[in-house]
Design a protein around this ligand. Structure first.
Ligand code: SF4
Ligand code: SF4
Length: 189
């Protein structure tokens, strides 16, 4: 893990902190660095910076470090941190806000995770639910891992866990309208 200069105060510290506050509806200043979020996070062992360190980066205006971190993409959105925080800080929402901002600026540190999320949402928008087979094929093709997990396919087909044909839900229009509303409000497609 790279060493952080946590006592560093950047010129644009206030504006980045305020930006995150505005878009997440969470006040990063109220974090008192107790570390309960990190202690409960199931994937902190794999992160380059712990959830607590990400909060500190926001407090200090270290936007380049926060937005280019792998942590914000490895976050599983499980909300354990949000539930455990003694200051009621919704850290999962902060992570989501950082991901959106990183993507907006073209600073995605984990391209395959971002690709998977996009393909997943595209499938839900198209069929009203995920078509696993299509998702696997597109992901493998776009990441160049053509035969990734191919050995599992026979068992998955045999147990009807994946299907060649996509199952559509009855009112797919309702799901499409939800996606349309999100896009109208400025969300990503
Ligand atoms: S649990 Fe809450 S107050 Fe404690 S370090 Fe994490 S975000 Fe900050
Ligand atoms: S929401 Fe993300 S940061 Fe929070 S505990 Fe879960 S994986 Fe960790």
């Amino acid at each position: 893990m790279e060493k952080l200069q946590l006592n560093e105060t950047l010129k644009n510290g206030n504006s980045f902190r305020e930006y995150i506050q505005k878009h997440s509806n969470v006040d990063p200043s109220s974090c008192y660095q107790c570390g309960k979020c990190t202690a409960g996070c199931p994937v902190s062992f794999a992160m380059d910076y712990t959830p607590r360190q990400v909060m500190r980066m926001i407090q200090l205006g270290m936007e380049q470090e926060a937005l280019s971190s792998h942590t914000i993409w490895l976050c599983a959105c499980c909300e354990t941190c949000s539930v455990r925080c003694p200051k009621n800080i919704d850290l999962a929402k902060v992570m989501e806000t950082l991901r959106i901002e990183a993507k907006r600026r073209g600073m995605v540190a984990e391209r395959n995770i971002d690709l998977f999320a996009d393909l997943f949402l595209n499938s839900v928008e198209k069929y009203g639910r995920v078509h696993e087979m299509g998702l696997i094929l597109q992901y493998n093709l776009k990441t160049g891992q053509f035969f990734k997990d191919a050995n599992l396919a026979p068992t998955l087909f045999k147990n009807s866990k994946i299907h060649l044909q996509a199952d559509k839900i009855q009112d797919g229009g309702a799901v499409k309208r939800i996606f349309q509303r999100v896009k109208t409000q400025g969300g990503e497609g």
